[in-house]
Design a protein. Structure first.
Length: 452
């Protein structure tokens, strides 16, 4: 089997309200969806400047923002400042663009392209549920006025901000049951899932309006689903993919240059392999023992990325170390034809587990078949003081992760905790060793340290 190619479209997923790179704002939030923005307005710009600097320093392609334009943190002018700073550093800002839910182009405020504002003036454009009730926060994707609004909003966004792309969403698994939408779904046939039909109509008009930007921008859209082919009915229960033999109609209908964002969350191993499995082997057989992701499976779209929710509030793992899952997603994703892996970017890299997560995304995107030793030499050695130090760190972490007794490592780690001159990196090596030392020596009266 030929070596999988490098992943070149890695980016990070964020909500504005819970992206916390400034740690002393009294309005910090670490959970929630559709939340109000409770931090100081200026913190919005500061948070994303720091995230931009991390991406630029490590070669991460960019990040998307849900809540990009929001009145409570400065509206259009603050969004322009965030986008301009990122562009000046070569980092792509990709605003989240809600087509039929999730706020529209301007997430919050009395803006022309805010969904709530539009719906107040066009109540007949509301999404209709299965009982015939109109939604107070969703739009019908086939209504002519909605189509024009979606097209105009996408064009306005591109013309007014220095952004590197967009990420379209239409409301998780949204299906409109108005007569027009019912007729459209019926024409697609029994094999087409209702929410895929909703995505077809919810995205196609925005994508058409953005076609002039495909060459230079990353125009992505969320499928909310994996790409595993399953017997009829199973795909709805699991979110794993689509009906066997019936790929979504958007695969053929959308412009080939657009980028499908498939959800890898249910496809990767739900119990990640111990890091020790990857210590000296970049593609252990155990990673393929996974019915949710059969060996040889390929994405059906011409351009695709894969999004994992591990390491976020959505899986209860916001502050977790997810090296194994990142490694697995990059390896399997590259083999399946993905062009990038997407993880969350809300937690500052001053928190050691997330510093490691970001380093893993960078390395395994470029080298999906590498083992953990190679990762340690490439990404940890410059910070920790050389390859011997990096191997000590990785071996200890892998053994601890596998449940082994690592008491023999306590003395060598204690020696590393003593502060030493900082390397060229801004990160303090002693603090990273301090994190690992307390990880293997729990319980610790001060808790599990992570920040430095």
């Amino acid at each position: 089997m030929p070596e999988p190619t490098a992943l070149t479209r890695d980016y990070l997923w964020t909500w504005d309200h819970s992206t916390n790179w400034v740690l002393d704002d009294p309005g910090l939030q670490t959970w929630g969806c559709n939340n109000s923005y409770t931090k100081r307005a200026r913190t919005y710009v500061k948070d994303y400047r720091r995230l931009t600097d991390m991406c630029a320093a490590n070669g991460i392609g960019g990040y998307l923002i849900y809540g990009f334009v929001r009145k409570s943190h400065g509206g259009i002018e603050a969004a322009k400042e965030v986008a301009h700073y990122a562009a000046s550093k070569g980092v792509r800002v990709m605003p989240g663009l809600g087509t039929t839910e999730y706020g529209g182009v301007c997430y919050e405020g009395d803006f022309e392209f805010n969904l709530g504002t539009f719906l107040k003036g066009h109540p007949d454009c509301a999404h209709v549920d299965a009982e015939g009730r109109k939604s107070p926060c969703g739009l019908c994707p086939t209504h002519p006025d909605v189509i024009k609004w979606m097209r105009d909003g996408a064009q306005w966004l591109m013309e007014n901000f220095e952004i590197g792309g967009v990420n379209l969403e239409n409301g998780d698994f949204l299906t409109c049951y108005c007569p027009r939408c019912r007729e459209m779904t019926e024409k697609l046939g029994a094999g087409e899932l209702g929410y895929f039909a909703g995505q077809l109509e919810g995205y196609r008009h925005s994508l058409d309006a953005l076609k002039a930007y495909f060459k230079d921008k990353w125009i992505t859209y969320a499928t909310y689903s994996g790409f595993t082919q399953l017997p009829a009915g199973k795909e709805v229960e699991t979110g794993l993919g689509f009906t066997e033999g019936h790929p979504p109609a958007f695969v053929e209908a959308f412009p080939e240059e657009s980028i499908a964002q498939w959800t890898l969350t249910p496809m990767v191993l739900q119990e990640p392999l111990p890091l020790k499995a990857y210590l000296e082997c970049g593609a252990p057989e155990a990673v393929y023992d996974n019915p949710n992701w059969p060996r040889g499976l390929k994405v059906p779209t011409a351009h695709s990325v894969g999004f994992v929710h591990q390491g976020s509030q959505w899986t209860g793992t916001r502050y977790s170390l997810i090296l194994s899952t990142i490694k697995e997603a990059c390896l399997r994703g590259a083999e399946a034809g993905l062009e990038g892996v997407v993880i969350h970017g809300e937690v500052t890299d001053r928190y050691v587990p997330w510093w490691l997560n970001y380093q893993a995304l960078v390395h395994f995107s470029a080298h999906p078949t590498d083992d953990m030793r190679s990762f340690a030499n490439a990404r940890l050695a410059p910070v920790l003081g050389g390859e011997d130090a990096a191997q000590l760190f990785m071996e200890t972490l892998a053994r601890w992760d596998a449940g082994e007794d690592v008491k023999d490592r306590i003395a060598p780690l204690e020696e590393r905790i003593t502060p030493r001159p900082r390397p060229k990196s801004k990160l303090g090596a002693a603090n990273i060793w301090f994190w690992l030392f307390h990880l293997i020596c729990r319980p610790c009266p001060r808790g599990l340290p992570g920040f430095f």
